[in-house]
Unconditional design. Structure first.
Length: 134
């Protein structure tokens, strides 16, 4: 039964956002939102970089030289990982909406997370020389 709450302190008094106490479903939701925002940010930056060719070829070449620095390779590695997690978790959500694996959501989340982590390891081997400058 619903019990009305008089103050905000009482309503959120039991809310514990310590990372170890957050349940798996909230982690899945939170990571999905964060990776989605990161992908949107990348797409906006990508459009900006590509449109810099309108300022002239020299400006575009200078920007591309800047983007070859190791910090940007780290960003690309994180982007690849974010896209992999976001896509795998999105597939999990679609299966859930279709009624497939409803009782196995936690296992499906960890499967998507571990596949994205494995993709990170593979991508790190590819981006490693770029990051380390070899």
């Amino acid at each position: 039964m619903y019990k009305p709450v008089a103050s905000r302190e009482v309503r959120y008094g039991d809310l514990d956002l310590w990372p170890a106490k957050i349940r798996t479903g909230l982690w899945a939701w939170l990571l999905h939102r964060i990776t989605g925002l990161a992908i949107i940010l990348y797409l906006l930056l990508h459009i900006g970089v590509i449109s810099s060719v309108l300022w002239g070829g020299g400006s575009f070449d200078q920007l591309m030289a800047t983007l070859k620095r190791p910090w940007f390779a780290v960003g690309e590695l994180l982007l690849v990982t974010a896209v992999m997690y976001h896509g795998l978790n999105g597939a999990r959500i679609i299966l859930f909406d279709l009624g497939i694996g409803v009782k196995r959501q936690k296992a499906m989340f960890w499967g998507a997370f571990l596949l994205a982590a494995a993709g990170f390891v593979v991508a790190a081997r590819v981006f490693g020389p770029l990051i380390l400058g070899h």
